[in-house]
Design a protein around this ligand. Structure first.
Ligand code: OXD
Ligand code: MN
Length: 609
């Protein structure tokens, strides 16, 4: 479709202005068709950026290798440019929005020379759903167009919903690598140097401007930028929740169903939990979403969640048929792989895929790589943040209702992190505010030494939203408190989801005490019961814990292990509370809701009596 054919005058003008600024050679409005997807892939193959994979093993799949400088989200180049610095808060980078726009306008000037500008109308959430939001991304990357086709709903159907004057979130994206006359990418992933990359959000005007990176969350602007950072601001203003949460459906042996969402920092197995295959006989888990949940109150006072995405952008290393069979089945066809290794017969391979490297590989840098198990220092063949982009509808465990425009009613929220000590296997909040307290202190052990934080220390990541909250985190805590207050005021407090903190990662001197993965269904079963006020429990100073016999034991977990997993460790908790009081809560200054300060005092008092 041509720009001239756009029926939405505001959108047409916005695109025309962008064309004048960015000077692409041509412009295309995406229609979302399969033919368009195939053409984008073909363009990247012709440019030497994509390798088609073995059609017998991985039909419809391709592999990309990015520039070594463009392999992950760049948090230190990500900005929340609110009018007031105080609205961005202590956990976000801030630049004055006028100044930032001035800088970026100069970067965008002529940035698409030699390239095609693609205009991608996309819907986050089922097209036409009341909870869904429309965005339009302008990009010069066919890789981005193809990924957006999988991750969101793209095309003419979205323009139809937008009509002549509908609301959309405008999103600019350019890889920041204009081409000279006759110049081609010729196999070199286009991007700008790190100090020219900007992933910018303007929460007051609800705009997204991204420049210089072609990778994942920096470039697929529907995901972290719109569905979390901008949506969290909309949710605050409109009284709903935009959260970094998986959504799962769980059925007990009697066929009763509940829906649960869960927020976990990176590297805590969120996608695996969303696609879990229960070890507990008779139980079933199905997937609604693996990364983001948008939740609004229904007329019945319950919170209804949709998954705004249409695909999975998952981390490849560590994914295997044991850890996540459903993900492995999902990505057998029509999948884009980025920065994994390539085998001689054009199959993919990554660390912990479940088998040794079959012969000579090409690693994510494009170099020959032969596995040497005796060399502990061998560099990985796949980048640790290498990814698959796979359609959600291909997941064998996808729930029937995953695209229900009305969403699914949520019974429980889970929070969790990698906590080797102190934090029990599962702990139910005593009240809504206690649950918000739990969310506010989410933390996870730092495993990658590269993070410039001492490995083994706990990095606090409230609600797993640290890199994704589009406003002041203290105000975000208040928003959560207010959601509970509103439900109470409406006489619907009992309809709110119950809140739980889970920890699959407790260690003793022999290693992990709990086996995790499919065995986590045993914990989900107790949570399921607690949502109906059933299940054996004990009320403790830190929350409501299962009695040691309330959760059936997997093989290899002794009664003593269970007691350890569910013990209230008074001294450890005192240290946890002291850390929150001295190091965590002071960051939020006067914006820390008083309810959380009161909750902190109350827990401390209970621990001391
Ligand atoms: C993701 C993330 O990619 O949370 O989902 O970083
Ligand atoms: Mn995520």
């Amino acid at each position: 479709m041509k720009v001239q054919e756009l029926k939405h005058a505001g959108l047409k003008k916005w695109v025309e202005d962008a064309v004048a600024l960015m000077s692409p050679d041509s412009v295309e409005v995406c229609n979302g068709s399969q033919a368009e997807y195939d053409r984008m892939i073909q363009i990247t193959i012709d440019n030497g950026l994509a390798t088609p994979l073995n059609p017998q093993k991985l039909p419809g799949c391709v592999l990309f290798r990015s520039d070594p400088s463009d392999v992950a989200r760049v948090e230190n180049r990500t900005y929340i440019a609110s009018e007031q610095e105080s609205d961005a808060g202590p956990t976000n980078n801030w630049i004055n929005p006028d100044e930032l726009k001035k800088t970026m306008t100069e970067l965008y000037r002529g940035s698409m020379k030699g390239r095609t500008m693609y205009v991608i109308p996309f819907s986050m959430g089922p097209v036409g759903s009341e909870i869904a939001k429309i965005g339009v991304e302008i990009t010069d990357s066919p890789y981005v167009v193809a990924n957006m086709h999988i991750m969101t709903r793209v095309g003419t159907k979205v323009l139809d919903v937008l009509g002549t004057d509908g609301y959309y979130v405008p999103c600019f994206h350019s890889v920041g690598k204009p081409l000279g006359t006759g110049e081609k990418d010729s196999g070199k992933w286009p991007c700008a140097p790190l100090d020219k990359k900007y992933i910018s959000h303007f929460p007051d005007t609800r705009e997204i401007w991204s420049y210089g990176s072609g990778y994942g969350g920096n470039a697929l602007l529907g995901k972290k930028c719109l569905a979390l950072r901008i949506a969290s601001v909309l949710a605050r203003d409109e009284g709903w929740l935009a959260e970094h949460m998986l959504i799962l459906k769980i059925s007990n042996p009697q066929g009763e169903v509940k829906y649960i969402t869960g927020a976990f920092p990176s590297a805590c197995g969120k996608t695996n939990l969303a696609m879990l295959i229960p070890k507990l006989p008779g139980w079933k888990v199905e997937t609604v979403g693996d990364d983001i949940a948008w939740m609004k109150f229904g007329k019945d006072g319950r919170l209804y969640a949709i998954n705004p995405e249409a695909g999975f952008f998952g981390v490849a290393p560590g994914t295997n048929r044991e850890s996540n069979l459903n993900a492995m089945e999902t990505i057998k066809k029509n999948t884009i792989y980025t920065n994994v290794a390539l085998t001689e017969d054009k199959d993919v391979w990554w660390e912990l895929i479940g088998h040794d490297a079959p012969g000579k590989l090409i690693d994510w840098n494009g170099n020959e790589w032969i596995q040497d198990k005796n060399n502990k220092d061998q560099k990985p063949a796949a980048h640790p943040n290498s990814r698959f982009t796979g359609p959600a509808k291909q997941c064998p465990a996808i729930a029937n209702e995953w695209e229900d425009p009305a969403g699914v009613p949520i019974s429980a929220f889970l929070f969790g992190g990698r906590r080797p000590k102190t934090i029990p296997l599962v702990n139910q909040a005593k009240s809504w505010v206690h649950g918000v307290f739990m969310g506010s202190i989410v933390g996870s052990e730092v495993t990658a030494a590269a993070l410039d934080v001492k490995a083994g220390t706990i990095r606090r990541d409230p609600f797993a939203m640290l890199p994704f909250c589009g406003y002041h985190m203290g105000d975000y805590f208040k928003h959560w408190i207010d959601i509970g207050k509103k439900a109470e005021a409406d006489g619907k407090g009992d309809k709110l989801p119950k809140i739980f903190f889970v920890n699959w990662f407790r260690k003793n001197d022999k290693g992990f005490i709990w086996p995790g993965y499919g065995e986590n269904s045993r914990v989900l079963a107790w949570i399921f019961e607690r949502c109906d006020s059933k299940g054996k429990f004990v009320d403790t100073p830190i929350g409501i814990l299962p009695t040691p016999d309330a959760i059936s034991r997997p093989d290899g977990v002794s009664e003593a292990d269970m007691q350890e997993l569910l013990k209230v460790e008074i001294e450890g908790w005192k240290a946890e509370i002291a850390d929150v009081r001295q190091n965590h809560y002071p960051k939020f200054g006067g914006k820390l809701p008083k309810e959380l300060a009161v909750e902190l005092d109350a827990i401390e008092k209970r621990l001391n009596t």
